[in-house]
Design a protein around this ligand. Sequence first.
Ligand code: ADP
Ligand code: FDM
Ligand code: MG
Length: 212
Amino acid sequence: SNTEATKRGALIVVEGLDRAGKSTQVARLAEALEARSIKFPERTTAIGKMIDSYLAQERELDDRAIHLLFSANRWECARSIIEEVESGRNVVCDRYAFSGIAYSCSKGLDYEWCRNPDIGLPLPDLTVFLDLDAEAAAARGGYGEERYEKLEFQARVRQAFHLVAQDVSRHGGQWSTVDAGASLDRVTEEIMEKVRPCLDEIRSRGSKIGRL
Ligand code: ADP
Ligand code: FDM
Ligand code: MG
């Protein structure tokens, strides 16, 4: 039918601390949904390269300047995400604006200030938060050399993510927390349990993608 031809895809975001299992689960989810997967920061663009060198601790940047670069990096990808979703393809995203808020907030920046630059970006139909305490995350092979990969900071980021969760729900977004300490397959199952009804809802309602 006509409506069948215009069905859009879903935008699903996976969030969590470093080592929560995001990249592993995003790969599985993308395969299951035949989705395009993307990852933020998108390190290959000019802005992405600046972010990469900041994370590698090769350069220092003002906390607000780097926050805005992370947001700009999402904005430079926004149009292609919308086009993909409108063409009917699902998009699965490894981190998004919620990481932006949680990490910058944990440095002491004001919450609303952190949220502002991302207002207007494509709204995820569902955000799955892989929740794991910082100690358990650190135990997964230990951290590398990148900025932020420190136990004490990660513990603060986790608390900030819990604030973000409340805020997203208040603003009408769909946020689901999954226990990331379970086995790989159990986590995948739980994610799929949240994702299926979300896909069904988009299929039956056929609504346009929202904005943050
Ligand atoms: P992230 O992208 O969130 O940093 P990864 O998917 O790269 O996390 O996983 C980090 C490490 O933890 C990898 O070595 C991965 O194999 C392992 N891992 C991921 N999920 C689990 C899990 N549910 N249980 C145990 N180890 C896991
Ligand atoms: N990060 C990521 C931010 O600080 N702000 C953001 O907006 C985003 C998307 O970058 F430490 C941080 C979070 C993490 C690092 O690491 C990216 P991975 O391993 O590439 O996810
Ligand atoms: Mg990863």
